[in-house]
Design a protein around this ligand. Structure first.
Ligand code: AG3
Length: 280
């Protein structure tokens, strides 16, 4: 057997591709909703791919999963009920359940195959899906949000890119439903793509979220396997300011690899080209 090189390439834009050399392909299948693959990359470990887009890898997933979870959860004084929309790989659930205040974490994932394959092939990411505080809701997250009023302390939108099934998760109507599904001091957060490649989307999403929530803030983290690497998250909050009135502890009672109280503060410091995107 020759040393044949197998590569997976994500077309990040029409003009930019990112390639990963593979050790092996673990599974590829067409689910009811999308093309799903789990491959073993030599650089970043196992990788979940949906419709040819990188969703997460074993080696860099901690940045995204910690930052989308701990920033809102440490902003809220006592988060008990948490909803994750999307995120069938379980990475966000794992981080959310590190908080001892959390009594129930509901995962609303539309594609059961994502849950099943992540359980099989990505145990380090999916392991908390079996926690007794985790409740799996296989179905439409948008409908779930609409059906619940004042039910959650935190809602996390762990969506794919705003194409196909995720389009609705970037619409104002969804942010309004989230407002209604949140308790009086609830916090919403969404992944909102890269300022290098998706500036218009960031501007539009920030505008939409801020038309619903009185406190809206953007923060950043570096995620090497996502297009543009510099990634954004947008928070909409009813009462608690992720930068203001929170009593952020000097030390946190959970183990993390990227998040810390200092990173929490620093992540909201935006370079001028990003600041301009969200300025009125
Ligand atoms: N959700 C955001 C993935 C966006 C990546 N986009 C891309 N590769 N074009 C990730 C789910 C992790 N739980």
């Amino acid at each position: 057997m020759s040393a044949m090189e197998l590569w997976f390439t994500e077309k990040q834009t029409d003009n930019l591709r990112m390639s990963y050399r593979l050790g092996s392909t673990l599974i590829t299948e067409r689910t009811e909703y999308q093309e799903l693959a789990v491959v073993d990359t030599l650089q970043y470990g196992r990788m979940l791919i949906l419709d040819d887009f990188v969703m997460t890898t074993e080696k860099d997933e901690f940045v995204y999963h910690e930052m989308i979870s701990h920033v809102p959860l440490f902003t809220h004084p006592n988060p008990k009920e948490v909803l994750v929309v999307g995120g069938g790989d379980g990475g966000v659930i794992r981080e959310v359940l590190k908080h001892s205040s959390v009594e129930r974490a509901v995962l609303a994932e539309i594609d059961p195959k994502v849950i099943q394959r992540s359980r099989e092939w990505l145990p380090s990411i999916s392991k908390a899906l079996d926690d007794e505080r985790c409740e799996l809701m296989v179905g439409d997250g948008i409908a779930h949000v609409k059906e619940h009023k004042k039910a959650y302390d935190i809602i996390i939108s762990d969506s794919t890119d705003p194409i196909g099934p995720a389009v609705g998760l970037f619409e104002e109507d969804f942010y309004l439903s989230c407002w209604e599904a949140l308790k009086d001091d609830g916090i919403f957060v969404a992944q909102t793509e890269s300022p290098f490649l998706h500036g218009d989307l960031i501007r539009q999403t920030f505008q939409r979220i801020s038309s619903v929530f009185p406190i809206t803030r953007l923060y950043l983290a570096t995620i090497p396997t996502y297009p543009g690497s510099l990634w954004s998250f947008t928070i909409g909050s009813k009462v608690h300011d992720p930068l203001g009135d929170t009593r952020l502890p000097m030390a946190i009672p959970i183990e993390t690899k990227y998040y810390s109280p200092a990173i929490h503060q620093a992540a909201f410091t935006l370079p001028p080209f990003v600041e301009r995107l969200i300025r009125k």
